[in-house]
Design a protein around this ligand. Structure first.
Ligand code: SF4
Length: 241
């Protein structure tokens, strides 16, 4: 039992960023990285978070809870990231414990488990949903089949929920083109997505070593792509870092 009389959640957490300003918009937050992911994105720069089981026991919830108690009044939110938090059976329990400490809850997910996403949405204040690729490229990017459909299901749950969220896509021009990126963005805008971010693969510590050299789109094409995106979404960010 912890200090507020609740059994400690059994969330498998491999690490933490104690302070961030970029993982939950306009909030000071910490990030908890859960262990395990069902996708195999070729550009994944946290491949150590993919295996479900590791020799490293990670962070016990008591340790996390102790940290959160000391940050009350200083941090505003806790973001569950990964790996893939929605694969964790204890996710709702952990989110409830965080809310009981007075923090907002953020979630980063690739939308691989619509069922779990639906079950935790009532606890969540903000979601960053990865949309990995246009549907016809999804398997090539993630190494897994049928994920485009599953991701779209998760997106529809978010659209229907009223919970604030952004969609984001990591770009590497070896995986799909600027034109395909525009088509994907148009689809998302047509569905009602209002906040979108493009993240450029920086080629650091990729799961697939072939993607470890960054590839740059010629300047003219890049500017045209950015201008198209800015027109499609009320909030659009281009992230290269
Ligand atoms: S980048 Fe892909 S493989 Fe890596 S943790 Fe995220 S969803 Fe999983």
């Amino acid at each position: 039992m912890n200090a507020i009389g609740v059994a400690a959640p059994t969330l498998v957490v491999s690490g933490m960023t104690p302070l961030t300003t970029i993982d939950f918009p306009d909030h000071l937050a910490c990030v908890l990285y859960t262990q395990g992911c069902s996708l195999r994105c070729r550009y994944c720069h946290n491949p150590q978070l993919i295996p479900t089981a590791t020799a490293d026991p990670g962070l016990a919830w008591e340790e996390i809870d102790h940290f959160l108690q000391r940050r009350q009044g200083l941090l505003e939110a806790v973001v569950f990231s990964g790996g893939e938090p929605c694969l964790q059976p204890a996710l709702a329990e952990a989110m409830s414990a965080v809310k009981a400490r007075g923090f907002k809850v953020g979630l980063h997910t690739a939308g691989v488990s619509p069922g779990r996403l639906a079950s935790v949405l009532p606890l969540v204040d903000w979601v960053g949903l990865d949309v990995k690729a246009p549907a016809h490229r999804y398997q090539q990017v993630t190494g897994r089949r049928h994920q485009a459909r599953t991701n779209r299901h998760s997106l529809q749950l978010l659209l229907d929920s009223g919970v604030a969220f952004e969609c984001r896509t990591t770009l590497d021009w070896r995986l799909f083109s600027a034109e395909e990126t525009c088509q994907l963005a148009q689809e998302l805008a047509d569905l009602g997505v209002t906040r979108y971010a493009i993240q450029i693969n920086q080629g650091r510590q990729c799961l697939d070593p072939e993607l470890e050299q960054p590839v740059i789109l010629p300047g003219g094409q890049l500017t045209a792509l950015q201008q198209t995106m800015q027109k499609l979404f009320p909030v659009f960010e281009w992230r290269e870092g």
